[in-house]
Design a protein around this ligand. Structure first.
Ligand code: HEC
Length: 222
C-alpha cells in the first residue's frame, strides 16, 4: 500500500515539475512582422494586402477633398461649402501653424522669419495670390521650397479651412471691403484690437477705406 501511495505521490510531483516545460503556447510557429520566410516565393512572411483593401476609416474616395486635384488638374474650388465656422477654424489653425513664419497678417514676416528663416511667401504677392486653392492645398500637404509639408499636423478639412481663411485675408487687402458687413469683420479680429466703428480689422490699414470714411464724415460736417 505504501508503495502505491509513494508512486502516486511521485507521479504528482512529476506532473508539477514538468508542466512548465511545454512552451508551445509561447513559442508558436507563427511569424513575427517582417520576418523572412522560405515558404512564400517572395521570401517574405507578411502577405501583401489584397488589391483595393482599405483600412477602416481610411477610405479616401473624395479625390477633390484629399488631393486638391481633379483628373490630375489643381482645383479652383473648395470641396465643401465654406461658411463662417470654417473660416473661423481656419483662422485658428492658421495662427497656430502658419503665422510663425507667414505672420498673422500673412505678409510673410513671422517671428521665425525675423529670427533668420527664409522669408515666407506673402499671400498678397500677385503671383501667390493668383494661385488656385488646389495649389495651396498641395503646398500645405507636401511643402514648397524651403517650407515643409504640414500634412502630419493639419488634417485634411483643416487645410481647406486654412485656405479659406487665407482667401479672406487676401480679400481684406483687395481694397474692396464694402461687401463685408462690419459685424463679420469684428468677428474675426483678435479680441480688443478692433474698433468696430473703424474698419476691416484683417487689413491692418487700408488707406482707401479710411479715406472714404473721413470723406463721409467731413461731408457730413459741412
Ligand atoms: C517654418 C516656416 C513656415 C511655416 C510654418 C509655413 N510656411 Fe509657408 N512658406 C514658407 C517659406 C519660406 C515659403 C517660401 C518657400 C520658398 O520659396 O522656398 C513659403 C511659401 C508658402 C506659400 C507660397 C507657395 C507659392 O506658390 O509661392 C504658401 C501658399 C504657403 N507657404 C502656405 C503656408 C500655410 C498655409 C502654412 C500653414 C499651414 C505655412 N505656409 C506654414 C515658410 C513657412
Amino acid at each position: 500500500m505504501l508503495r502505491v501511495k509513494l508512486s502516486i505521490f511521485c507521479i504528482f510531483c512529476g506532473l508539477f515539475l514538468f508542466n512548465a516545460c511545454r512552451q508551445d503556447m509561447a513559442d508558436q510557429p507563427s511569424y513575427r512582422p517582417l520576418q523572412p520566410s522560405n515558404f512564400f516565393a517572395d521570401g517574405q512572411a507578411s502577405r501583401p494586402l489584397v488589391q483595393g483593401t482599405v483600412a477602416r476609416g481610411q477610405l479616401r474616395d473624395d479625390v477633390h477633398l484629399y488631393t486638391g486635384k481633379k483628373e490630375g488638374q489643381l482645383v479652383t474650388t473648395f470641396p465643401f461649402t465654406v461658411d463662417k465656422t470654417v473660416v473661423k477654424r481656419g483662422q485658428e489653425r492658421f495662427n497656430i501653424y502658419c503665422a510663425p513664419c507667414h505672420g498673422q497678417t500673412g505678409s510673410g514676416n513671422g517671428m521665425i522669419v525675423q529670427r533668420g528663416f527664409k522669408k515666407a511667401a506673402s499671400y498678397y504677392d500677385k503671383e501667390v495670390r493668383e494661385k488656385s486653392v488646389g495649389h495651396y492645398f498641395d503646398v500645405i500637404t507636401n511643402g514648397f521650397g524651403a517650407m515643409a509639408g504640414y500634412s502630419a499636423q493639419v488634417n485634411v478639412r483643416d487645410r481647406w479651412a486654412i485656405i479659406a481663411y487665407i482667401r479672406a485675408l487676401q480679400e481684406s487687402q483687395s481694397g474692396n471691403v464694402e461687401p463685408l458687413p462690419i459685424e463679420t469683420m469684428t468677428d474675426f479680429a483678435p479680441s480688443g484690437v478692433v474698433d468696430p466703428k473703424k474698419q476691416n480689422p484683417l487689413s491692418g490699414s487700408t488707406p482707401k477705406v479710411e479715406k472714404k470714411t473721413e470723406e463721409k464724415s467731413e461731408s457730413g460736417g459741412h
